[in-house]
Ligand binder design. Sequence first.
Ligand code: HEC
Length: 153
Amino acid sequence: MKRAVAFALMGGVLILLVVVGVLVVREGGRIADPTDAKQVALGKVIYTDHCASCHGATLEGQPEWQTRKPDGRLPAPPQDASGHTWHHADDQLFGIIKNGIGAYAPPGYESDMTAFGSVLTDEQVNAVLAFIKSNWPVDIQARQAEASRRAKQ
Ligand code: HEC
């Protein structure tokens, strides 16, 4: 009898461990964490391949990025702290990268910032975001993290 109880308890503990493990792994891919060196390294490769051509090799953006080009579209803004990417919460940045800026603009708005949802997985979007954030000074990182927390409430 005692043995049966002990087995049941052990079984319960095992199931709990598996559930916690799965949750931790899933959470890992869902958060863009600038202190996660592995995620940042992956993000750097993705940034170089898919973003640097417009946003710049050192995240500096295109020249005169606040002035519309002759075709009426905006140049690519910097992704470093001199731009305004850090003014947006995580969920919105994730959405812009995955769905394109059009999802956040008035109907018919034309932009060179296309959706990467068919090119990058959700994990890759978070990785590139983690890399971008890792270039911001820590006080800017903290302010953006706070804005992201508030946006989730
Ligand atoms: C073909 C050029 C181009 C490429 C490639 C590109 N972007 Fe953009 N991106 C833009 C432009 C242009 C804007 C500004 C759009 C607007 O406001 O109309 C922008 C805006 C953004 C914004 C919003 C910034 C803000 O301050 O509001 C984010 C975030 C962003 N891009 C991330 C990325 C990431 C990450 C990649 C790579 C996966 C990427 N972009 C690839 C051109 C590009």
